[in-house]
Design a protein around this ligand. Structure first.
Ligand SMILES: Cc1cc2nc3c(=O)[nH]c(=O)nc-3n(C[C@H](O)[C@H](O)[C@H](O)COP(=O)(O)O)c2cc1C
Length: 179
């Protein structure tokens, strides 16, 4: 797909085809693209936890998501939990934060990775939903995520059965100042 079309046609999709599974090679291709994102001094602190088994998907949705997000991702055959290693991106080798943003840089880097992830998925004919409302403590416990990592979003992945309209965007004039 033409790049501009990928950007414009990607939507947050909240209904998926339960019959259309996503194979491991497809998931790997999507994550391989995300890995190409830039990161602070190439620190590459993004981490992914992929859930595909039906049993674990059901347990995760029930335990780690509030009901409305469990519903929004009900038929999604894949959930990708995204996290980053803390005190890496944005930190000096001495372990001190390089500036006031601290672990904000890890979050920034992960966002760059995840932007590529959701656009790559769209380019391959899949849809996604980024979910920020989730229970990080329960995710940590269920997936044994190390305390060294900060859990950020849960991304549903699958073949959508809806084509939502694009929620209105601000115009460039509203958000840009030129000097
Ligand atoms: C960081 C982040 C967190 C979000 N959290 C949720 C969420 O918990 N549940 C949900 O249904 N949508 C969530 N969304 C989706 C947004 O509502 C959506 O991206 C926005 O309304 C724009 O729509 P679009 O993605 O179709 O362009 C989230 C998106 C982002 C980037």
């Amino acid at each position: 797909m033409e790049f501009q079309k990928v950007i414009e046609s990607r939507r947050s999709v909240r209904k998926y085809d339960p019959a259309k599974k996503v194979d491991e090679a497809t998931i790997k291709e999507i994550i391989d693209a995300a890995i190409l994102a830039p990161s602070w001094k190439n620190s590459q602190s993004a981490r992914y936890y992929v859930i595909r088994s039906e049993e674990t998907l059901a347990k995760f949705k029930q335990t780690c998501l509030p009901p409305f997000n469990a519903n929004n991702s009900a038929d999604a055959p894949v959930l990708i939990i995204t996290a980053f290693v803390k005190n890496a991106s944005g930190f000096d080798p001495s372990g001190e934060p390089t500036n006031e943003l601290g672990n904000g840089w890890g979050s920034y880097d992960l966002g760059l990775n995840n932007s590529i992830l959701i656009l790559k998925a769209k380019d391959m004919g899949l849809d996604t939903l980024v979910m920020g409302i989730r229970d990080a403590d329960k995710i940590r416990e269920m997936l044994s995520v190390s305390e060294d990592e900060i859990i950020v979003s849960v991304i549903a992945l699958g073949y959508g059965t809806q084509e939502p309209n694009m929620p209105k965007r601000k115009a460039a004039e509203e958000i840009v100042k030129y000097f």
